[in-house]
Design a protein. Sequence first.
Length: 166
Amino acid sequence: MAEQGLAVVGDHPANGLAGAWFVNDQKYLPELTPEWEAASDHAFLNEAQEDIQAWFNGEREAFRTALSPSGTPFQEAVWQGLLGIAYGETESYAALTHRIGYPPTAVRAVAGAVGRNPISVLIPCHRVIGSDGALTGYAGGLPRKQFLLRLEQSSRQTAMPFSLHS
């Protein structure tokens, strides 16, 4: 697979990580960071990178990094729901919609909020699949979604080729 790098964007350390996208897939970055400056030596971001690297290396199943996604109340409710999908598991858009307390007619809206997730991987939108079990709708592309799901479902604890960019 091509470059696996993840770009991370921080907020104030007291708030948490504001964004994480795969390199070349930073479509929401301008909306979130119009006045932010790039910083390669930032303690909070360095800790977040170490946390993400450990996850990709199979050293942990959960992240310790504080998260601070910014969205509408509905989007934030959906993103919170994504955090309830266990490592190595998947859930359909319909099941997610039901679990977070919305009627079946809200499935498309929930899918839209999943697609606007500003913190890829850490808020595990890659764990959401179609009702028929098919891999659908991942902003980073279906090959990347498949890679992430296989990584989680793998019993091997081997290092994966991955680099972080801030």
